[in-house]
Design a protein around this ligand. Sequence first.
Ligand code: CP
Ligand code: NVA
Length: 308
Amino acid sequence: MTHFLDIATTEPADLRGILDKALAMKRARAGRSKGAPDDDRPLDGRMVALIFEKPSTRTRISFDVGVRQMGGETMVLSGKDMQLGHGETIADTARVLSRYVDLIMIRTFEEATLQEMADYASVPVINGLTNRTHPCQIMADLLTFEEHRGPIAGRKVVWSGDGNNVCASFIQAAGQLGFDLTFTGPATLDPEAVFVEAARAKGATVTIERDPLKAVEGADLVVTDTWVSMHDPQSARERRHNQLRPYQVNERLMEAAKPDALFMHCLPAHRNEEATNAVMDGPHSVIFDEAENRLHAQKAVMRYCLGV
Ligand code: CP
Ligand code: NVA
């Protein structure tokens, strides 16, 4: 069974294969309308369940469109409308769904939920975001970087802000694909040490630098994300804003990176908070290519999981 649960447990050669396939598939569709199927329709006759226990725009729509382009069908399900949200176990849900569908994508809270789904499902399971990781996002980000700038290996990525779930998957990718990652943010919002240590153990240079201007020196890519994630309590909002304000990505910060540095944000953004509009809409920004690439990257992830 080939699940896609996180970047660290997917072999580097498989990550590379997914990225190459995604780029080839994207190029093969160039100029075609969004609803037109791919030539080979590899998901013909397949049913995919997309389960959301949290809100989503990009993940929901890009998976749905991606499955249809590949000739398959989808069921988009809200966790709270399923018995899952009313006490049925994850294990039973996984076993039942496996009798109906060929692939499960789930966005949920705890990693344990995702893991239990994968343990009990007899079809592949894809992580569509948990409180701790967001691997599909990072596949799209890597695809976007490589489309614009070539191989990510040996490059310098700087994460400015909250050491959250998206940051964690980026750190895992540094370990798997051999690029440098510098985190800059307040010590209270550092990424979990276990992610940093695991990437270092795989040979990646992962640096923690409190001074954002120093951090971005030599950066090929600057990335940020919301200061308050979906799983963070709203009561923490003001404290987080106060701590994270020095790490806002603004023009001054981008000017301290390499002249051709890219800027990414997984979206949704709180404009003029974690990044200014001047950066979001400025010459370094590739945020909408990044959003589009969710579609192409995830199509390749699904093909990898299904072996088609
Ligand atoms: N970046 C991302 O996962 O967006 P959604 O929450 O809209 O799916
Ligand atoms: N860190 C954000 C990402 C949203 C796509 C969250 O978890 O809410």
